[in-house]
Write a protein that binds this ligand. Structure first.
Ligand code: DGL
Length: 282
């Protein structure tokens, strides 16, 4: 893959998702690229993306990307599997900075870690329908693999509702898990960035199965593209001041979930009107 040259090295990295899910990727970015600044956009007014058409998700992803470009981002991480599955090429054609998706890295990890060659993939309806993971896993596999894909549309609202520990969550996961158990998977791709927030519940439902999420692999891909700053321009900042947070509707659990998941209280979360973002690029 060829990326355009990153011009302003000190500019922030833009990260977006439909809601809180992208925080699982931001969390890894903060660890793997600790010297960088970030702008996080959660499109909380329009979550979930996963039940919407490809065309709608493409428009949403474009608007989010345009907003991040307007804020001065030097690179965008699409911290959303749904948008990565259906809108990556679309926004790459319209946005003049490097755009990194989350699917390829996780697919490569899954292809490398499976031993019995039976891999499960769970994600939103749009991600599963796109078969983006299936194609990427097959591309990275040297042997023939069996892939069982299951759409789990109820899990994103559960996470956005902060219901991880509600008794109904385990029952819903168990229902989605049936076909994955039948096919004896040894590796499960959490193909939605919201799902790592249910990691404990998945570990309980799938003992002995390797869980793969896209946070670490995506952060490692970004590390290869964004140069490590020389000592002279390397500032040490703590996480609180390194991320600017934006959401598109403030009636959400975003602040609470962000604090629990990231381990620090976001200094300021600003609400923006995403429809006011320029509708045309160039
Ligand atoms: N977290 C996103 C994903 O990875 C979006 C889920 C949704 O909005 O439906 O797919």
């Amino acid at each position: 893959m060829i990326y355009t040259e990153i011009e302003n090295l000190t500019a922030p990295i833009g990260v977006f998702d439909s809601g809180v899910g992208g925080l699982t990727v931001l969390n890894r970015l903060l660890k793997v690229l600790p010297e960088q600044s970030y702008i996080y956009l959660g499109d909380t007014a329009r979550v979930p993306y996963g039940n919407k058409s490809k065309e709608t998700v493409q428009q949403y992803a474009l608007q989010c990307s345009q907003f991040l470009v307007e804020q001065g981002a030097k690179l965008i991480v699409v911290a959303c599997n749904t948008a990565s599955a259906v809108a990556l090429d679309y926004i790459r054609n319209l946005i003049p900075i490097p755009i990194i998706g989350v699917i390829d890295g996780a697919a490569e990890v899954a292809a490398n870690v499976t031993k019995n060659l039976s891999i499960g993939v769970i994600g939103t309806k749009a991600t599963i329908r796109s078969e983006a993971y299936k194609k990427a896993i097959v591309e990275h596999s040297t042997k023939e693999v069996s892939i069982t894909s299951v759409a789990c549309p109820l899990l994103v609202p559960i996470v956005e509702e902060n219901w991880q520990y509600h008794p109904s969550t385990e029952l819903i996961i168990a229902e989605y898990a049936k076909i994955l158990h039948q096919n004896s998977i040894d590796t499960l791709v959490l193909g939605c960035t919201h799902y790592p927030m249910l990691k404990q519940q998945f570990m309980k439902e799938f003992p002995g199965v390797t869980l793969v999420d896209c946070g670490q692999s995506t952060a490692e891909i970004v590390r290869k593209i964004v140069p490590i700053p020389t000592r002279s321009n390397q500032e040490t900042k703590d996480s609180t001041t390194r991320v600017e947070f934006y959401i598109t509707d403030n009636d959400s659990n975003f602040p609470k979930i962000a604090q629990t998941f990231l381990g620090f209280e976001p200094e300021k979360i600003q609400t923006i009107d995403i429809d006011s973002v320029n509708k045309t690029t160039n």
